[in-house]
Design a protein around this ligand. Structure first.
Ligand SMILES: *Cc1c(COP(=O)(O)O)cnc(C)c1O
Length: 404
């Protein structure tokens, strides 16, 4: 089938929720993807931070295939080994105590919200249910996680939303403190606002919030759905900030290509959820956990140092590119601001035409390459990006302006 045919069928049969780019992906290997016409692309997206080990990583694929052949699914009414093994490693790597598995980032955050509310209701009774999140945050697309998301664009047309969410300005500790009341049960935030434009929080702010939470018995929920599992050069991003959350959510990079979400529960909340309080049919399925186990085994200290090193290299090289004015982010989660009047959408589209898959976040280009990408592959991708920027600039210069 050709991309033109595929697009026609997509338009006819798929809900129109995605503004898809012109790429019909056929296969992939490591940090390269091949389309239906046989063109090859350098991948700076990793399926939005999912393919931690790249496309078709051999050990991961073998573990998944073996598990499919052995035991694919039995439901959470019974015990399975891959699930407990992944939970054990997650607790050991993060200092958390229990894990609830779901199938996505939004589901991990739903679990975090329910846990925070139940902890508070068990201890203080009804009414202490409010959760403060940050302006410009992103926590998911379900009704509750949309309510937690501090961006008005996502709220149009879908109300009413559940009560009990309010949005504080990032890095304004006094402002956030003023919003806390006797009804506040949790504060939820990303260490680097991903969808919001790859914007890291200020360490003093994060540490101030953690101290406030500890003092007032307010739970600190850190959404590591995009930043977690090695993406920023530490296993979890909050390690860079020196804080200890009560609840941590993971998803994207833990999947390696399969859907998984994990809500990690710390000391205070390890017994909050009991039988019947929460559940899912697919969550923590043996196949996705067999894959996740390989990812966790692979991401050791040396691997994380490599991620930090490659991230620093990519950031420095991006900074040198003509047309890029600033670079933000940590490790292999980076954003690049473009010189006016270049737009991220135009540069990403031109990049795709030249063989580069790169994401955008708000007005920035966003880089989430597979953690296994090599420096040579980074160089190839950057050369294409430079070409794409030049193309877009030329196009802008060709377009006659009003007064020309
Ligand atoms: C992607 C993302 C989510 C939502 O994850 P889904 O798997 O799409 O539900 C939540 N929080 C953050 C920070 C994310 O980046």
């Amino acid at each position: 089938m050709y991309l033109s045919e595929l697009k026609k069928l997509d338009q006819q049969y798929i809900a129109g929720t995605y503004r898809r780019a012109d790429l019909g992906a056929a296969s992939g290997s490591g940090a390269t993807c091949t389309d239906m016409e046989g063109r090859v692309y350098i991948d700076f997206s990793a399926g939005i931070g999912v393919n931690s080990l790249g496309f078709a990583s051999a050990r991961w694929a073998q573990a998944v295939k073996d598990q499919v052949d052995t035991l694919c699914h039995i439901s959470n009414l019974y015990y399975t080994q891959p699930q407990v093994e992944v939970a054990k490693v997650l607790c050991e790597r993060t200092g958390m105590d229990r894990v609830f598995f779901g199938n996505s980032g939004a589901e991990a955050n739903e679990c975090a919200i329910k846990t925070a509310r139940k902890y508070s209701s068990d201890k203080y009774g009804a009414g202490r249910h409010e959760i403060i999140t940050l302006v410009n945050s992103f926590h998911g697309r379900t009704i509750a996680t949309l309510a937690a998301t501090g961006q008005d664009v996502f709220h149009q047309n879908f109300g009413p939303f559940p009560d009990g969410f309010s949005y504080a300005k990032a890095n304004d500790l006094a402002g956030l403190t003023a919003m806390i009341s006797g009804k506040t049960c949790a504060i939820m935030m990303e260490m680097i606002q991903g969808e919001g434009g790859v914007i890291p929080l200020a360490p003093e702010f994060v540490q101030g919030v953690a101290a406030l939470c500890a003092e007032k018995d307010i739970l600190l929920i850190i959404d590591e759905v995009q930043t977690g599992v090695g993406r920023t050069g530490r296993f979890v991003c909050y390690r860079h900030f020196g804080v200890r959350p009560d609840i941590v959510t993971l998803a994207k990079g833990l999947g390696g290509g399969l859907p998984i979400g994990a809500c990690l529960l710390g000391e205070k909340v390890k017994h909050t959820l009991g039988p019947g309080d929460h559940g899912t049919t697919f969550g923590g399925n043996p196949v996705v956990c067999a894959g996740a186990r390989v990812i966790l085994d692979t991401i050791d200290g040396k691997f994380l140092d490599d991620v930090a090193d490659k991230g620093a290299y990519l950031a420095a090289e991006l900074q040198k590119l003509d047309g890029i004015t600033a670079v933000s982010g940590m490790g292999l989660m980076l954003g690049a601001e473009l010189e006016q009047p270049l737009t991220a959408a135009a540069v990403a589209a031109a990049g795709l035409g030249e063989g580069l898959i790169v994401l955008t976040a708000k007005e920035k280009l966003r880089f989430l390459p597979p953690l296994t990408i090599t420096k040579d592959e980074i160089d190839s991708g950057l050369a294409i990006l430079a070409k794409a920027i030049t193309q877009v600039k030329e196009k802008i210069n060709e377009t006659p302006t009003e007064d020309a």
